[in-house]
Every structure is written in structure tokens, then in C-alpha cells.
Design a protein around this ligand. Structure first.
Ligand code: ADP
Ligand code: MG
Length: 350
């Protein structure tokens, strides 16, 4: 489905490991004060003064986490960085460095890795993180990418999953369900393409949701916004697996219950119309579809005036005593227990 715009195919064996690493990494710049030494030695050196350091790693495996038949490599590189930065921002921290490790089979030419690194490079520039190291090795089949993100936060400003209190407001950024519906559209087009390889997909009706799937943005802007509003959430998590499973993480780790209001969940009109087309319930998609990379947080009632009316922040419920349990309050005012059905890497076969 994705056209090969770059017909040149240079086998990786033509370069060898060291030339390959040099080729892929020689353009990375160092912009962070905390980077003392980047790529090129046995290890990078970082120096953080009066800051706490946060670190997070993710592993992405071809066939499990991504499908190269409809994900362009440039987008994959970009998304792999976003997935990691999102975890740093979810701590209320700023990302400063990443390392990138890849395992590739000889099925990939140099030009494919150039595409992947173009995406990584764009993301690093845009989000102002230095690429300070990594590892390159071969794999017998497919592509594996592991990124580690490093960030900094002023002591005492980090936000954990454990701090929510009864009566705190439950707040979400952006809108939900877009990435999942984008994936549904792309998978449908892939099936059409299998039957008729001449078909050219018309995705113009789905630009927003396809972009949400292929090119998500981590919410660095929200960490900056919270600082500007002088709001420190009591707890925070990024939404990688769907709203319900992230709510359950906060409730379990903070020992609270929750009332989540169905009619408050923010949905883009394109999500609603595509859900209608696919005959899927949009609330189910927001609760269980993953990969939106929005932030979910709890905010003390006293801070409500500071966040009220902000278009980036939607109050979708409030925290309760643990004994009250975790509930979705539907439009019909029924109370339904929230259960985890989030995207799970261990049983996801789609
Ligand atoms: P070593 O043999 O000590 O692992 P390498 O030759 O693998 O060293 O790496 C040389 C330098 O290049 C190191 O700074 C390493 O962090 C960096 N590097 C290796 N592979 C990658 C990669 N895929 N992306 C970014 N940096 C990399
Ligand atoms: Mg190495």
C-alpha cells in the first residue's frame, strides 16, 4: 500500500556495522545542557544539577507492535520516540535525552534505516531531546526498536500514579479513541489491498484519526501548561492502553475509587462518525482503544478555577473513596463497574 518512493536498495552488508552506525548517527546534534558526551565513546555522559532524573524504556517488535505493510518507517521512528517521551511527560518531567537500539534483518536495505532515522531525528529536534547513544545489531527476522528516554524534573515536582485523593477531579487532555479508529481504517485498507493491489486508498475522510495512529504527539505542551497555570496534579499517567486501564492504575495505586462520566469523555467528530460507520460504540473505543498518548491526571478541587475552561483539559469525573469502587456513569445515569480491557501486548493478536 505504501509506495516505495526510494527504489535504491543498498544492502547493509555493504557498509558493515561501524560505517552503518556512523552513517545513521553522524548528524545528531547536542542541544541539552545536561549532555556532556553523546554518541561516539563507550558510554554517554550526562550531568544533572539539582534535578531528579527520570528514565523510561520501551521495546517495539515488528508484527507485535507495528505492521510495516501500512506504517511508513519514517512514521515508525517518530512514533517510537513519542511513545517514550510520553512516559517522561507523564511524570511531569521534561525529556532531555534518548538512546536508540535497533535489531534489523538483512531484508532491510540502508535506505529503510535512513527513513527510520529521519523520523527519529525529526522527533528529537521537535521535542528538543539529544540522541546520545544506542546499539545496532542483526536480527534473524524483522525489526526491533528499543528506545530509552531520560528526563529531568525539579525535586518535588514529579507526579506519580499514587497521589490521587477522594474528591480530586479526574482530568484528561485532548480527545480519545482516534488512534484506535485510525488503526481500524488502516487495517480495512490493508485487506482491500490484499484483494486488489491496484486499489489506491482514499483516506481523506479519515486524516485526523489516521494521523493519530501513525503520528501521535507526546504532550510536552501539557507539562509546560501545568507549570504556567501553577497546577501540580496529584497523580498522572499517560494513556497508552485506553482510558479504563489507566484509570484503574491510578485508582489501585492511589487506593481510591472513581466516578467517570460517559457524557464528559472528549471525542473528535471524526471518531464519532467513523465509529458509526464501523458500528462500534464510541465510549467503548475511548475506554479500551489504546495509543492516544494523552495524559490522564487528578487535580485537587482547589485548583479547579485554574484549569476551568482550558480547551486542553477536560474534567471527566472525580475520585471517590476506595470502598465506593470504580464506575462509569452512563448517559442514562446507570452505574457500570469499570473493568480493564485495554490493549494488552501479551494477548493482542490483531
Ligand atoms: P559498543 O561496541 O561499545 O557497543 P558501538 O560501536 O555499538 O559501541 O557504538 C558506538 C557508538 O555509537 C556508541 O556511542 C553508541 O551509543 C552509538 N550507537 C550505536 N548504535 C546506535 C544506534 N542505533 N543509534 C544511536 N547511537 C548508536
Ligand atoms: Mg554496541
Amino acid at each position: 500500500m505504501i509506495e516505495d518512493k526510494n527504489p535504491k536498495r543498498t544492502p547493509l552488508s555493504e557498509l558493515g556495522e561501524f560505517k552503518l552506525i556512523e552513517h545513521l548517527t553522524d548528524h545528531f546534534e547536542i542541544n541539552q545542557k545536561s549532555t556532556v558526551k553523546g554518541i561516539g565513546d563507550d558510554a554517554a555522559i550526562l550531568k544533572f544539577e539539582n534535578k531528579d532524573v527520570v528514565i523510561s524504556t520501551d521495546l517495539l517488535i515488528e508484527g507485535v507492535h507495528f505492521d510495516l505493510s501500512y506504517v511508513p518507517l519514517k512514521h515508525l521512528g517518530y512514533k517510537a520516540v513519542m511513545v517514550n517521551l510520553s512516559d517522561i511527560y507523564a511524570m511531569n518531567a521534561m525529556a532531555t535525552q534518548i538512546t536508540v537500539s535497533i535489531a534489523v534483518s538483512n531484508r532491510f536495505p540502508l535506505e529503510a534505516l535512513e527513513e527510520l532515522y529521519a523520523g527519529i531525528s525529526t522527533a528529537a529536534k521537535l521535542y528538543n531531546v539529544d540522541v546520545v547513544g544506542g546499539d545496532t545489531t542483526s536480527s534473524t527476522s524483522g525489526l526491533i526498536i528499543s528506545i530509552t528516554a531520560i528526563g529531568e524534573v525539579n525535586q518535588g515536582e514529579q507526579v506519580l500514579r499514587t497521589g490521587a485523593q477522594p474528591n480530586d477531579l479526574l482530568v484528561v487532555t485532548g480527545d480519545l479513541g482516534g488512534a484506535y479508529m485510525g488503526l481500524q481504517v488502516l487495517e480495512r485498507e490493508k485487506e482491500v489491498f490484499k484483494v486488489n493491489p491496484q486499489s489506491q486508498p482514499d483516506l481523506s475522510m479519515y486524516t485526523y484519526i489516521v494521523e493519530r495512529q501513525l503520528k501521535p504527539e507526546a504532550r510536552k505542551d501539557i507539562v509546560e501548561l501545568l507549570k504556567q497555570l501553577e497546577v501540580k496534579p496529584t497523580s498522572m499517567i499517560d494513556i497508552s492502553d485506553g482510558l479504563s486501564s489507566e484509570i484503574i492504575h491510578i485508582c489501585k495505586q492511589s487506593k481510591t475509587g472513581v466516578d467517570l462520566y460517559e457524557n464528559k469523555i472528549p471525542l473528535d467528530p471524526q471518531v464519532i462518525s467513523t465509529c458509526e460507520e464501523f458500528n462500534i460504540d464510541s465510549t467503548t473505543v475511548a475506554l479500551n482503544g489504546g495509543e492516544d498518548y494523552e495524559l490522564l491526571m487528578t487535580v485537587a478541587q482547589d485548583d479547579y478555577p485554574k484549569i476551568k475552561g482550558n480547551p486542553n483539559l477536560t474534567v471527566i469525573g472525580y475520585m471517590t473513596e476506595e470502598s465506593k469502587g470504580m464506575h462509569l456513569v452512563t448517559r442514562a445515569e446507570e452505574r457500570i463497574p469499570i473493568i480493564a480491557k485495554g490493549w494488552n501486548a501479551l494477548n493482542n493478536q490483531s
